[in-house]
Design a protein around this ligand. Sequence first.
Ligand code: PLP
Length: 435
Amino acid sequence: MAIDVSDPIMDLIARDRAVLWHPYAAMPMAFPPLAVASASGNRLRLEDGRELVDGMSSWWAAIHGYGHPVLDAAVRSQVDDMAHVMFGGLTHRPAVELAELLVGITPAGLEHVFLCDSGSVAVEVAIKMAVQYWAGRGELRQRLLTVRSGYHGDTAGAMAVCDPDTGMHHLFSAMLPRHLFAPTPEPTFGKPFCTDHIAELAQLLAHNRDEIAAVILEPIVQGAGGMRFYAPAYLAALRALCDEHDVLLIADEIATGFGRSGKLFACDHAEISPDIMCVGKAMTGGYLSMAATLCTREVADGVSGAEPGALMHGPTFMGNPLASAVSLASIRLLLSGPWCDRVVRIEGRLREGLGPAKGLANVADVRVLGAIGVIEVREALPMAAMQAVLVEHGVWLRPFGRLLYTMPPYISTDDDVDLIACAMVSVAEQVGVVR
Ligand SMILES: *Cc1c(COP(=O)(O)O)cnc(C)c1O
């Protein structure tokens, strides 16, 4: 594409393409990004004056929308006190209050909090906790068991438990640990579960229990690995299996946490408590990068009670006060408002709005859970073509492969959700036409 650098917006995009990597992209990326000048509520304002309705919450994070006055005020007030101090040997009110709040609202038994700088790091910390817990009990257990279609982040330890195909394990095969993979969780959400659905996982667990430190998976909603929703009874059965075989359970709630699936945490659908849980993404309301790994007293005691007597992790920006303060404000804002009604309302609108896609020849599946809507097409359009249709509708979405999906901010109005759904159906209609 020819770029006119006398146009200031085109110039900005050309400069971007000269120097910047983007997520999962070539250098330069295959087609130019849109330049955003500002964002407020659920609107992204582009440099060229166009306005888009946000259907992504900036990858699950901006649940209250952009520029929320309460969150803006929390950041401003905290920056007056301090933006950052190291966490080694020091503490501060925002971190303490955030940890107490997280312990209070997460499933029972999770009592201790490790503050991390991103979701992937939270997963790395969870894995270290599990391995060190067994070391503390005098057992060398360094393997993990997980399920296919999962996604847990992009750092090496997290990548090793992502789906081996979509996670591109072959590219990194010599450097990644070989973990155990059970089939994708079945049945889908709302369908009746029977023990056959978890038989293969149960067998893997029974045969390898002495090596397995933990089972790690995303509860109920598998995000970037396939946007799938599975039955809560599967998760409950998994919890029981982990107890039976004395293996830890790690729940990765980084995408699902803070109401997205219709429960405050997806584990709540199955009324289970994991031994270790990761949260992130929506924790800061989408303002800053922060995540957390929570664990039970038993896990903490196991890690702390034996050589080297410490959890071996400590990022430079651990417990960052700005991120802690805005997380605290975001969670309090969520809990003080009608988040559940909003999510239920969005769920209803998405079901209605995406319904027409069900009859289309090229649509394999349409599914909705909480404030998440997915159209799975049989054949994908090129990303640039999909993006063009969406932007024409005035909507910001970021489909990948055969998945068109939305997780809009909870503040989205019915009209906004209808517009997003309409844009998605429109893309689905064109699959197979524009080729
Ligand atoms: C996004 C995500 C991660 C990784 O979080 P980052 O902040 O991108 O490192 C891990 N697990 C799940 C389930 C996620 O959705």
